[in-house]
Design a protein around this ligand. Structure first.
Ligand SMILES: [Ca+2]
Length: 223
């Protein structure tokens, strides 16, 4: 009886400590714990784009306290790091088309980290998010979009080609929402973040140790 209770305790502790630590998804200097919606990279944290799918900029900012809309510069930084793209002006549409995409794995890596906001398009893989600084102050913002012209996992390689683009420039208001677009939310990397992955597991370890000692004591008493 005591032994089965002990086993249940151990299992519970082990399960709860595993829940905190999922696998670390890492690509192109960006990382995300598989249990988390937060991507860390380029000196920033990004909310996965599919978390805010269908929300307007206003709704996303209301829902996620402490987060702000990614600026033009921040989105430019992300796109130039991942895809070698820059958009210098709010009103300029930066488009790059790769008829023979060199490296699909970069796209797939991005989707794995940032999620796929568009699960409606068949035969292609798209993720999109609102962002912008509204430098021309007309109340209209931008959307970034990354698209593979085939579905991830598709076996046909003959049609493989990729497009990545920021489009259209200066197009959506803060109350507009699109069922296949997310909102690019960013925040500074929390100071305690570096230590949290270590400190979170400590209480579980202590509990585990305590249970172990308790089990030993019980065993000793029986003997
Ligand atoms: Ca604008």
């Amino acid at each position: 009886m005591m032994r089965s209770y002990f086993l249940v305790c151990i299992t519970f502790v082990l399960l709860s400590s595993f829940k905190v630590h999922g696998a670390l998804i890492s690509f192109n200097d960006y990382t995300r714990d598989s249990e988390s919606n937060v991507v860390t990279g380029g000196g920033l944290q990004w909310m996965k784009w599919d978390v805010t799918t269908g929300l307007s900029i206003n709704q996303a900012l209301e829902t996620y306290e402490g987060w702000s809309l990614a600026s033009n510069d921040q989105m430019n930084g992300l796109f130039s790091h991942w895809f070698g793209l820059t958009q210098s002006n709010e009103l300029t549409r930066a488009v790059k088309y790769d008829a023979n995409i060199i490296d699909d794995t970069t796209y797939v890596g991005f989707f794995n980290l940032f999620g796929i906001s568009d699960n409606r398009s068949v035969g292609q893989t798209i993720t999109s998010a609102f962002y912008g600084s509204d430098k021309d102050q007309n109340g209209i913002y931008n959307v970034a979009s990354i698209r593979l012209t085939y579905a991830i996992g598709a076996s046909s390689s003959s049609t493989k080609s990729g497009i990545s683009q920021l489009f259209p420039a200066d197009w959506y208001s803060t109350s507009d929402s699109v069922v296949t677009y997310g909102v690019a939310l960013v925040r500074d990397i929390p100071v305690q973040n570096m230590e949290s992955s270590v400190s979170v597991s400590e209480p579980s370890l202590i509990v585990l140790l305590g249970i172990g000692i308790l089990a030993l004591m019980i065993r000793r008493k029986k003997n």
